[in-house]
Design a protein around this ligand. Structure first.
Ligand code: AMP
Ligand code: MG
Length: 409
């Protein structure tokens, strides 16, 4: 059985080369992965300015005993060029307004009283007080946002501050999701007592979208060899990544593997040493000349297994296709409030709640860890990762933890 780390490395390797870049408006760039380095076109800030409402002065003019009385001459406001400061005077200035030539400090207005045209200053500023210097945040040409960054709202703000209205991002991967099984019906639809509401594609489509993909759920596929092959062929023609759910065990009705092969997919069926999960079909259908291969991920049908395997393999794959430099989130360390029985041999991903306490992070594994139980994934904040070579975990032990939110799950 393949170790988790090796299986992940093999999945991520399928994402090279990444998808091509496209140009988008900043408005549409949230959550996209930057396909260029963004540098500032000019010094940031572009000119010296005041961080306060108050008076611009030359600190040397306030060397004597306090309070100091200076005549008020002129005004510097945002959006206007400032006149120079007359020696021995103070200039009214507002937050964000340019520092006038000749001034080197700001006295905030709370420390000034006005007597007509005279400012009475009750504090002496040190040179540079409340002045934001040109280029102190970023020099012209300096790297502001690195290629491979998944853009968050703060990055959009920074790109705009660097005078960019558009950025290059990698194209969204397209995902087709197929659920297999004669027992499936759409939620809310009538069906016999032998049917169950199909639940996996709802979770997987949403996870794929949060990972930056355009995802579409195809009609449910019955447990029939020809129908399964036809459905896979259609999906393979229209997506970068085809995700199938169910039918990957070795039962008589597990038709996914032969149907994928019939549709021209080269398959690696892996038994990955993880719990839940284990069987995972990974494959590739060679693209037409010049086109990239279509990647296939075949997930187990049990809801908790499907969601966990898609979170730890599918989401990182979709991110890597976008050239995300951090496709897999970091592990946190936490202590467990409860013991967790663990048989060595597989990496266990136990669904758990997470709680910050005064003495650090604590996790509580949920009681129902059955791979068919969608409740525990919904109730969980995190996956407690118990290494395959480790034995039982005692209450109070430190464990590695993955935040489900960081996997978009
Ligand atoms: P399978 O992997 O097809 O053998 O399915 C394993 C279990 O997961 C069975 O109990 C199926 O009924 C259930 N299952 C498979 N696919 C889905 C799905 N899309 N939604 C909900 N349950 C499913
Ligand atoms: Mg099935």
């Amino acid at each position: 059985m393949l170790r988790f780390e090796d299986a992940l490395a093999r999945v991520l390797a399928l994402a090279t080369p990444a998808l091509p870049a496209e140009d988008v408006s900043l408005e549409d760039a949230d959550g996209r992965v930057l396909a260029e380095d963004v540098a500032s076109a000019f010094d940031l800030p572009a000119f010296d300015y005041s961080a306060m409402d108050g008076y611009a002065v030359c600190a040397g003019d306030l060397a004597g005993p306090l309070p100091v009385r200076l005549p008020v001459r002129g005004e510097s406001k945002t959006g206007a060029l400032a006149p120079p400061l007359e020696p021995g005077s103070a200039m009214r200035i507002f937050t964000g307004a340019a520092l006038p030539a000749g001034a080197d400090a700001i006295v905030m207005q709370e420390n000034v009283t006005r007597e007509g045209d005279v400012a009475v200053l009750s504090t002496a500023p040190r040179p540079g007080q409340f002045v934001r210097r040109r280029g102190e945040d970023l020099a012209a040409g300096a790297l502001a946002i690195t290629r491979g960054t998944r853009l968050r709202p703060a990055h959009l703000g920074l790109a705009a501050a660097c005078d960019r209205a558009r950025v290059a991002v990698t194209r969204r991967p397209t995902v087709a999701v197929l659920a297999t099984g004669d027992e499936l019906r759409a939620p809310g639809e009538r069906g016999s007592a032998a049917t169950i509401p199909e639940s996996n594609t709802w979770a997987i489509r949403a996870m794929a979208r949060r990972a930056g993909a355009t995802a579409r759920v195809m009609p449910y596929v019955p447990d029939d060899a020809a129908a399964t092959r036809d459905a896979f062929e259609r999906a393979l023609d229209e997506a970068d990544v085809v995700v199938t759910v169910g039918g990957v065990s070795v039962g008589d009705h597990d038709l996914v593997r032969p149907a994928l092969e019939a549709a021209g997919v080269t398959i690696d069926l892996w038994r990955v040493a993880i719990k839940p999960g284990k069987p995972l079909v990974v494959g590739r259908r060679p693209g037409r000349p010049g086109a990239r291969d279509t990647i296939v991920l075949g997930l187990p049908g049990n809801p908790a297994s499907a969601m966990v395997t898609f979170a730890i393999f599918g989401v990182p794959l979709l991110r890597a296709l976008q050239d995300d430099r951090r496709p897999f989130p970091p592990f946190l360390r936490a202590r467990t409030t409860r013991p967790l029985a663990h048989d060595p041999g597989r990496l266990e991903l136990a669904r758990a709640t997470l709680e910050p306490r005064g003495d650090g992070l604590w996790v509580t594994p949920l009681p129902n860890q059955a791979s068919g139980a969608p409740t525990s994934v919904a109730q969980a904040d995190a996956l407690v990762c118990v290494a395959s070579d480790r034995g039982d975990v005692e209450a109070g032990d430190e464990v590695d933890v993955l935040l489900l939110e960081r996997l978009g799950a």
